[in-house]
Structures are given as C-alpha cells and as structure tokens.
Design a protein around this ligand. Structure first.
Ligand code: F6R
Length: 243
C-alpha cells in the first residue's frame, strides 16, 4: 500500500484528484468506480476545475458508483445519483449514458444486484475505485459483519442510520431502510483502489483498518490484501499511524 500524507483537506483533495486524472489521461476510456459522502467532494471540485481549464477530458470515461438507497429515484436530492450529478457529472463532459449508479427504483433486489454485477463485468472491471471510509470501517454499505459479503447486494440499514437520515425527509415513510451496494469482492476486483480520509475523527479507524488484523468486523481491513491500494489522508486522519 502506498500512503500519501496531505497537509489538510484541500491538499488531500488535490492529491486524490491528481491520481484520478492520471488514470483518465493514461487510459481515456477507463472505468472509474466512484463514491459519494463528504470526503470525495473536494477531489470532484478539483477535477471539475481542471476539466474547465481544458486539462481533462471525460468523454470516453465510464463510471460505476458504489451504492444507492433502495426506493429513491435519481431526482430525489438524497439519492446518490443526485449527489453525483450535482457534484461531478453535470459539470464535466462525461457521457450521461456512461454513468452508472445502482437503480434505487428497482424493487426486485436480486434482479438489480445481478444486473449491476453483470454490468461491471461487461465493462471489463473497474480500473480505479475511489473509496471513503466509514467510522466503523465500512466501505460502500458493507457494514461490520461476521463474514465478507462478496457481490453487489441489498443491505438492511441499521436503525441508527435510518434515524440519522430521517431529518432529510418530509415523512418517516420516505426514509430509505435498504440500500444496494457493491460487495467486498466487487470492490477488491478493481485494478487499483484509492482511499481518501480526512479529519481526526477518522484517525482511529485508519489505524484499525490498515494496520490492524484483517477481519469482516472492520470491512476496510480487507484492502490490506489488495496489491494496488493508495491511501491519501490528511495529517489529522493519519495522526495515529507511524509513517
Ligand atoms: C459512499 C459510501 C460510504 C462513504 C463513507 C464515508 O458512497 O459508500 O461508504 O464513503 O460513509 O463517508 P464520508 O466521506 O462522508 O466520511
């Protein structure tokens, strides 16, 4: 694993964007695995800036996102499709037909998970997968568990996640209780993995995930078994590891 220590969030975002843009420049028709959450937003902003300057071209890129809430359509502002449109896709020249997010409106979980898994295979796999890291070590919606869930699957959200999300919805019935997510094997099959972490609140989990035992209780720890992982963290997030 290669670890890049950044000064702060802005520097982390720039370093991560550099790695993503190197991928796009070296293989213009690459498949990018993308993530939502707060951590990658700065990297997406940097990519947009470089695109607007004429330094990047996304016209041949294909993207596949990690996850999506089941039951939400792309025009719901809490959906991950909406997040991606708003934070990246609407601002660069990626072909809308080449951007893929699990379909939250598909009620048949088995069907949607198989479709998404087949799609990734048909694209020849993911060249570069971007990941954020949850405080409990989750990646995508792969939460701590007794075993590694391998393929794209439908997850029951924990009550605490459902309660935390409730404030974003007008009524309780609208709050998603399930999500579709790439599985651990789906993620591990990416040729290269880029993990972004920022903030002191991530320092403990960075240490457990990348320097502790490999266990499904810390899903990100499996990344220690991947031979091409780059971790970009700011000083605060890397403050508990010796580098
Ligand atoms: C996002 C995702 C999540 C986040 C993780 C970290 O698509 O799958 O696993 O990467 O929850 O979120 P932030 O970056 O908000 O700390």
């Amino acid at each position: 694993m290669i670890i890049y220590k950044a000064k702060d969030y802005k520097d982390m975002s720039r370093k991560a964007a550099n790695i993503i843009s190197a991928q796009v420049i070296m293989k213009p028709d690459c498949v990018l695995g993308l993530a939502t959450g707060s951590t990658p937003i700065g990297a997406y902003e940097q990519l947009i800036e470089w695109y607007k300057k004429g330094d990047l071209d996304f016209s041949a890129v294909t993207s596949v996102n990690l996850d999506e809430y089941k039951g939400l359509s792309g025009d719901n502002d809490q959906s991950y499709r909406y997040f991606m449109q708003h934070n990246l896709f609407d601002h660069v020249n990626i072909d809308p037909k080449s951007t893929h997010v699990p379909n939250g409106t598909e009620a048949d979980s088995a069907k949607e998970c198989q479709r998404y898994e087949d799609l990734i295979q048909s694209l020849g796999g993911v060249d570069l997968q971007l990941l954020g890291l949850g405080h409990n070590g989750h990646i995508g919606f792969n939460e701590p568990c007794d075993f590694f869930e391998t393929m794209t699957h439908c997850v029951d959200l924990t009550q605490s996640t459902i309660d935390a999300n409730a404030r974003f919805f007008a009524t309780k019935d609208e709050v998603p209780t399930q999500a579709y997510t790439m599985g651990i094997k789906t993620i591990m099959q990416a040729h290269k993995i880029l993990v972004v972490v920022s903030g002191e609140d991530k320092a403990d989990i960075v240490k457990r995930a990348f320097f502790g035992p490999v266990t499904p209780q810390v899903p990100a720890s499996i990344l220690q078994m991947h031979n091409n992982v780059v971790l970009v963290g700011d000083e605060a997030a890397l403050s508990k590891v010796d580098l």
